[in-house]
Design a protein around this ligand. Structure first.
Ligand code: PGA
Length: 252
């Protein structure tokens, strides 16, 4: 059975005190979270060191980084290396979030290198894909998302792809309150799974979790997570409210 995952992407939100309070609130409410789901939070990078210590005794919460570079160490001012993340016991890392593709020009080639480097250090990449509104409107969104995968993540060998999580996040749904309908989301999740099978075989297609992201909230998560190829969510805004994030974890 595929892993169910609920991952909170806190983005560049919350000052240190707010972030620590939110983490402590999650920890204290352990019993309310879905014990069958992997709970991941991705706070801002400066908080990862302290957070790693805070969750050390609570391994039901996994930490993720929002970003990493593909080189182990050296003269890359401001970047974060997978080795550094590994030394903090960080388990996941977002790769190719649309905000990084758009604001920091991260291209297909760079993203594939990041995935490879993370896997080399036993950190699970959460590889994000998804189309802009104009691509959705022009009806070439299926081809667009498949190309994002084919020219990047799927250029890697099967054993690497088998270690990844994929997140489909239509950009028109991110932070807009306009969620994809469950049919719209399932259509793309189904296509991604079919493409995984065509490229890497049935076993890998059936084991790679595919998360949905884009205005996923307590009131729509159940409907989304009931779709056969949706294995959880990458949650932005709603992950900043402990009770909402917890509710989403119970939406399977
Ligand atoms: P949102 O963000 O839930 O606020 O739409 C999702 C994401 O960007 O990962």
């Amino acid at each position: 059975m595929r892993k169910k995952i609920v991952a909170g992407n806190w983005k560049m939100n919350l000052d240190y005190t707010q972030a620590k309070n939110l983490l402590q609130d999650l920890i204290q409410n352990k019993d309310k979270f879905n014990a069958d789901a992997e709970i991941v939070i991705c706070p801002s990078a400066p908080y990862l060191g302290v957070f790693a210590e805070l969750v050390a005794a609570h391994d039901w919460i996994k930490l993720g980084s929002q970003n990493a570079y593909f080189i182990d160490s050296g003269a890359f001012t401001g970047e974060i290396s997978p080795v550094q993340l590994k030394s903090l016991n960080i388990k996941y890392c977002l790769v190719g979030h649309s905000e990084r593709r758009d604001n920091f020009n991260e291209d297909y080639n760079l993203l594939a290198k990041k995935v490879k480097a993370l896997i080399n250090h036993d950190i699970t990449p959460i590889f994000c894909c998804g189309e802009q509104l104009q691509v959705r409107s022009s009806n070439v969104y299926r081809e667009f998302v498949m190309k994002q995968l084919e020219d990047s993540l799927f250029s890697l060998p099967a054993p690497d792809v088998a270690k990844c999580v994929i997140a489909y996040e239509p950009i028109w749904a991110i932070g807009t309150g306009q969620t994809a309908s469950s049919e719209q989301a399932q259509e793309i999740h189904g296509l991604i799974r079919a493409r995984l099978e065509a490229n890497f075989g049935e076993k890998i297609a059936n084991s790679v979790p595919i998360l949905y992201g884009g205005s996923c909230k307590p009131d729509n998560a159940k409907e989304l997570f009931s779709q056969k190829d949706i294995d959880g969510g990458l949650i932005g805004g709603a992950s900043l409210v402990g009770a909402d994030f917890c509710d989403i974890s119970n939406s399977f």
